[in-house]
Unconditional design. Structure first.
Length: 424
């Protein structure tokens, strides 16, 4: 099969590397891809939301399956675009249609969905510019910290957690009246703060059947000890030690099954990944958020632990016979540490030459923000590389990742030296 992966990050490199191991794959294409995907696939310079360019690519390269990495093309309706086109409608798209993608595209939609289907989550209310005063008043009924979420996609920056009531009221006005996050914050969800330890559980579904993938925990803050600004993710661990079988069984009964059943009840034909962000409060799961794709950098620890043929699973999604497919999970622990550009998540420079990747033997180096320029690998984003390793313990896996990192260099390279600190 000829397969097209949409996206350019570490998640897409992880998909490409795993799919390249399948003897059913003929040629892999990645749009737009990065320097890592270029080594195992053909990169095509297309924006993942340029649907007409994607169609041209699919037709000219006889693509037989499209795997969507990031959320933006899903929320924009890339799956619907394929289904509405006579030349494309027979080609399976791994990723939900626009109605299902609203689970991530609208925080208000997802909260209503959870409420409607009795899925445990924080109490909430949604406000607009017209109901700003009510929103400020609602904040006075809550205890700190206060959680404000832009309703729409805000590139991972639309959630604020604030300890001061005055600051929360000020930020609510900034979001609603002054468009702090643009159109994404034309509506704002205010919800109760959930206590506990955060983790993610990933599900692959064909709309009727599902497979639960390995759990993972990522580290969002730029600074050690989980301090400083939020990022797209500085590292991840899988499996999560505190997510034992009893807890995952509880997640399946209270969250996964009601989610899959709820999608069917609502008439949403959902085929793809569901990322369930959870809070574990003394063994009781509550949903923090849904994403409609795999997380990054969680993908770089979850996908390597799947020993099964990933294309087989994707074909199960496309043909709605996922229940007939088996999934085998590597019992070892996988850890990944992100190498980021100096200054990230604020202003940073690109086009720094990267050296040492070819010397790495004990780890998998996934490319995220990289580009190949005349056989030189250069930085091309805030998050540059994800260094993934396996071990019998978290400590062993992390030791391998950090040892490998010592051999990689680029100007102003930064990374957290305490990934997994709270789990060891």
């Amino acid at each position: 099969m000829n397969i097209l992966i949409l996206g350019s990050g570490g998640r897409e490199h992880a998909f490409a590397l795993k799919l390249s191991q399948s003897n059913k794959v003929s040629t892999l294409f990645v749009a737009p891809g990065n320097a890592g995907t270029a080594e195992i696939a053909k990169n095509i310079s297309i924006n993942p939301t340029d649907f007409n360019a994607i169609k041209e690519c699919v037709v000219s390269h006889a693509i037989e399956m499209v795997v969507v990495g990031p959320e933006a093309p899903l929320v924009a309706g890339v799956h619907d675009f394929f289904l509405s086109d006579a030349q494309l409608k027979h080609i399976p798209v791994i990723g939900p249609k626009e109605d299902g993608a609203q689970l991530e595209g609208s925080k208000d939609f997802s909260k209503q969905f959870m409420e409607r289907h009795d899925i445990p989550t924080a109490k909430y209310r949604t406000f607009t510019k017209e109901t700003l005063i009510e929103g400020k008043n609602f904040l006075t009924t809550l205890k700190p910290p206060y959680v404000l979420k832009a309703d729409g996609l805000a590139a991972g920056k639309g959630v604020l957690i604030l300890n001061s009531l005055n600051e929360a009221q000020f930020e609510l006005e900034e979001m609603l009246s002054n468009e702090k996050f643009g159109n994404a914050s034309s509506r704002v969800v205010i919800e109760e703060f959930l206590k506990g330890i955060e983790l993610s559980v990933f599900v692959l579904t064909d709309g009727k059947n599902y497979k639960i993938l390995p759990s993972a925990k990522d580290y969002k803050r730029i600074g050690e000890g989980d301090k400083g600004l939020n990022t797209g993710g500085m590292g991840a661990i899988s499996p999560v030690p505190f997510a034992d079988k009893d807890f995952i069984d509880k997640v399946e009964e209270l969250v996964v099954k009601p989610t899959i059943n709820g999608l069917q009840k609502d008439g949403i034909d959902y085929r793809g990944f569901i990322f369930i962000g959870l809070m574990n409060d003394n063994g009781n799961p509550s949903v923090v958020e849904y994403n409609v794709r795999m997380g990054d950098p969680e993908t770089e620890v979850v996908i390597p632990r799947i020993d099964s043929d990933l294309l087989e699973l994707f074909q199960g999604v496309a043909n709605q016979n996922l229940d007939e497919k088996s999934i085998s999970i590597n019992p070892k622990t996988a850890t990944t540490v992100m190498l980021v550009s100096g200054g990230y998540p604020e202003a940073y420079e690109k086009e720094k030459e990267i050296s040492g990747i070819s010397t790495i033997n004990d780890s998998i180096v996934y490319h995220a923000g990289t580009i190949n320029d005349n056989d030189q690998i250069l930085t091309n984003g805030g998050r540059v590389l994800a260094v993934t390793s396996f071990g019998n313990t978290i400590e062993e896996a992390l030791q391998k990742s950090y040892s490998s990192i010592n051999n990689i260099h680029f100007d102003k390279m930064n990374y957290r030296k305490d990934i997994g600190f709270d789990l060891v």
